[in-house]
Structures are given as structure tokens and as C-alpha cells.
Write a protein that binds this ligand. Sequence first.
Ligand code: B12
Length: 351
Amino acid sequence: MSTPIDLEALRARVQARAFAHGFDRVGFARVAPLDREADALRRWLAEGHHASMQWMERGVEVRVAPDHHELLPHARTVIVLAASVLRPHEDEVGPSPGVVARYARGRDYHNVLGTRAKKLAADLRREGFASRATVDTMPILERAWAQRAGLGFVGKNAMLIVPGLGSHVMLATVVTAAELRADAPMEERCGSCTRCLDACPTRAIVRDRVIDSRRCVSYLTIEHEGPIEEALREPLGSWFLGCDTCQDVCPFNRTHALPGQLATDLAPHPRWTEHDAASILAMDDAQFDAFSLGSPVRRPGREGAARNAAYVLGNRGDRRHLPVLHARAAEDASETVRDAARWAIARIERR
Ligand code: B12
């Protein structure tokens, strides 16, 4: 007969390996229905808050129940891993093409966190437990599981806030058949504070923990294809890729511990100081391909990035950018980019 595995010792090994891989926090949640969060997710979808992200409509059952047959039938524990992307003394990067959200300044976090989480899943499989790792790649409500695993709480801005570390953390999960001791879920701590709701430039936080993606700058600059609704272009301000406004004003982000190794691995790439909005606007497909390799800016693609660059130039209002805007308005292959350039020209001329 084989010796039974000491699950407490296995849990300690998982923790130690997670920290060795550079994660700042690790927590364990028991797989059991996420009823309230499932209702919140269904309502969010029913109200159309997922905008054009139709993939969010698929796999709702899996998102709230990782023991669903499409994910891991005998799942017992969700291990949630968090890595801070906040580096001390870093504010806006360089001259930059506009402001780039902190998570997007370095290498793509899916790869950086995913590689490590996959190693942890492989370790657990070697110990005899079916396990799968994911960073956004499988449908799972990462923040809800993170809260249940005691890593932090979901704030009014819908962000997982980790006391002592803040909300500039990225998440990865390992779903495993090993029944590891669960941590206690964390209670919500926002109190009466509404700074995030008040600061959102597009009023996208429609109520406590609910983001209307149709108005969220992060969605608009990264996921949305085609022209952005005119009324929302000025509120974009200087945001070129993603948005951190609802986190920047959060009191939980005022003080934070020094982040670990992964923040270094996600450190800003020189692309953001070597290129400005005008040069990105002028890039052809091949140039953009080389520029965006391994970066989250690949997601909006050349058309989305050039569109965002034109809006930023319009909002910055510097007449020296008129020649590049006129050139793109006349010759860009994309009507979305031509339209964005025309809008920017009109906005600069109006000043
Ligand atoms: C789709 C998506 C988006 C969309 C929609 C955002 C949204 N709020 O849903 C867009 C493109 C707008 C987006 C933007 C951003 N995202 Co995003 N996104 C996701 C993704 C892929 C799915 C999120 C999802 O399921 N949304 C559906 C809603 C309903 O779920 P939820 O936001 O998790 O909300 C939960 C709670 O708020 C709570 N809840 C809400 N209402 C209520 C009501 C009650 C009564 C209760 C009990 C609970 C409750 O329950 C919900 C379900 O758990 C996740 C990765 C993942 N697989 O989870 C990353 C993820 C959430 N994103 C992330 C990040 C970093 C961002 C940005 C900060 C990027 C940026 N700087 O530009 C912004 C932040 C916007 C914001 N304030 O939420 C991180 C968040 C890390 C963290 N610390 O929270 C994640 C976890 C990716 C990762 N692997 O790290 N994102």
C-alpha cells in the first residue's frame, strides 16, 4: 500500500514554491459554488456591461465552478497567486505615447505569470493530483476566487485589493484535485469611500463593484474595435493603453510593500521611451509588428494603437503634431484611424 500524502506538507511546498517563483501572495480556496458572484456575473452580462466581449458569455457555469467537466472534474481547491506590478518611484514612463497602464508597461503578464503557474500545476501533477493553471486563459472568475482564498477583497472599483500590497496585482490560478486546507475569505473594507467612483473619467463604475465596459477606458483602448464614441474621446485624456485612474486614487494604493521578483520581470520596456504617439501613429503593419512583440499593446493591434495615439495627440493639443495627423487622415488604410486623425485635427484647430 502506498503511503498517503501529507496534504499539510504539500500545501507548505506549494506556498514555498509560489514564493520562490516570485509571487507576492498565495491563497487557497475550497471549490464550492460562488452563488452571489455568479448572480453578479449573470446580471453584468444581462445588462450588457461586457460590451463587445462576447467570449464573456461563454462558460458562465465554468467561471463559477472550476469542477465543471470542461475545466477539472474533480477539482477541490483553487490556488490563487498574486504578483504586484507596482515598482517604487515609477509614475508615468518617459515621453511615452500617452499613459500606459502599469500592468501593460512590460512583458505580457499572461506569459510571465502563466509560465510560473504552469510549473506549480506540473509539480502538483507529479505529486499525483490532476491540476490546471490559468491566467485569463480558461474561464474562471479570478477575483472572486482570490477573495475567497483570503488574498484580498473586491473593492468598489471591482479590483482585488490586497491589504499591504494594494490593487496593482495580477492574478493567476491553479485549480487542483488536491484537497488543501482553505484560507478564510477576506471581508470588504472600502467603507464609505467613493474616490474611485468619483474619479473615473468616463463614469464607468456604475455601482459598487460593477464596471460598464462600454464606458471603461481600459476596455475602450484595448478591447474595443473601430471608432470610439465621440463623447468619450475627450475623457480618454492621455490614456493610450488601459487605465489606472480607479486604482491611482484608491487609499489602499498609497502605501505598499516592496514587490517581489515578478515586478522586476514585468519592468517597463524601452519601447515606451523610444516611441511617442506620433511615431506609433505613423507605423505600418510590419513596424507595428516588431514594436508590439511580446507586449500587451499587441491586443488592440496596429489599428487600435494608431487610433488611440491620434486621440491622445488631439487631447494634448500640440500643433506640431498636425502634419502627421494630416498624413494619416489622408492615407491611412483604416477608416477608424483616418476618422481619429480627423477628430484630433479638429480638436487641435479648435483650441
Ligand atoms: C473581462 C475583463 C476585463 C474587462 C471588464 C472588467 C470587469 N470589471 O469585469 C475590461 C477590459 C474592462 C478590464 C479592465 C481591466 N482589467 Co481586466 N479582466 C477581465 C477578465 C478577463 C474577466 C473579468 C470578469 O469576469 N468580469 C465579469 C465581472 C462580473 O466579474 P468581476 O469584475 O471579477 O467582478 C466580481 C466582483 O466585482 C464581484 N461582484 C460584482 N458585483 C457584485 C455584487 C455582489 C452582491 C457580490 C457579492 C459580488 C459582486 O463578483 C464578480 C464576480 O466575482 C479578468 C480575468 C479573469 N478571468 O477573471 C481580468 C482582470 C479582472 N483584469 C485585470 C486588470 C489588471 C484590469 C485593469 C486594471 C487593466 C488596466 N489597468 O487597464 C482594468 C480594470 C478595470 C476594473 N476596474 O475592473 C486583473 C485584475 C487584478 C486585480 N487586482 O483585481 C484580472 C484579474 C486579470 C489578471 N489575471 O490579473 N478587464
